[in-house]
Design a protein around this ligand. Structure first.
Ligand SMILES: N[C@@H](CCC(=O)N[C@@H](CS)C(=O)NCC(=O)O)C(=O)O
Length: 208
């Protein structure tokens, strides 16, 4: 069975390719390029999903969107019992919290910063609160990630894959010194063979 991945260049979809490489699952990459001016996805992605966003995967006759759902699905279907903690356990509660945190809580200040940043001086009164919230979310993740650079337990889990994107953003936003564990987490990911293999199949990552 080959998983089809609808992948937008330079996007959070990168972590899906990384996970597929970690799991050793065959996949076919369908690549989409961001518009050079707007940085938005091309209209073709709307034929895949009405929101026109990436990632979306197709597997076993299903189409699945939302990074968290995709990561959880791939881990459960192809990762045995190692990537997602036992349902209802303490680790599973932590897993559920981080899976939500990565795409909901964390992304509120990130998106506000991106959009209000386009307003220039007009948005100046909002910026202290946005920056304070971004810093608070990064600080929270920095405090909670283990000294072993995993969010849960002793090995890679779905949460590490999910949190890789917020950690990348923290580094991109200049927080490497204030969040040294998150920075080391990103470096550890980039050093993995699976990451390198995924990376070679895509264009430059985080050039913006
Ligand atoms: N919550 C969704 C977010 C999907 C999303 O916003 N994807 C971005 C890529 S980083 C995208 O496709 N942006 C292009 C656009 O909005 O035009 C997920 O986790 O998959």
């Amino acid at each position: 069975m080959t998983v089809i991945v609808h992948h937008l260049n330079n996007s959070r979809s990168q972590r899906i390719l990384w996970l597929l490489e970690e799991l050793g699952v065959d996949y076919e990459l369908v690549a989409y390029q961001r518009d050079a001016q707007t940085n938005l996805a091309p209209p073709e992605l709307k034929a895949v999903h009405p929101l026109g966003k990436s990632p979306v995967i197709e597997d076993a006759g299903r189409s699945i969107s939302e990074s968290g759902a995709i990561i959880e699905y791939l881990c459960v279907r192809y990762g045995g019992d190692r990537w997602v903690p036992r349902y209802g356990s303490d680790d599973w509660i932590a897993h559920a919290e981080w899976m939500q945190f990565a795409e909901s809580s964390f992304f509120v200040p990130v998106m506000l910063k991106i959009y209000f940043g386009r307003l220039g001086e007009g948005a100046a009164p909002l910026f202290p609160r946005i920056e304070e919230q971004l810093a608070a979310h990064i600080e929270f993740a920095e405090e909670r990630i283990g000294e072993n650079l995993h969010f849960i337990g002793e090995d890679w889990t779905a949460v590490d894959v999910m949190m890789s994107f917020p950690a990348e953003i923290a580094v991109m936003q200049g927080y490497a010194e204030k969040a040294p564990k998150l920075a080391a987490f990103v470096e550890k990911i980039h050093a993995r063979d699976a990451w390198q293999r995924a990376r070679q199949k895509t264009g430059p990552y985080f050039a913006w």
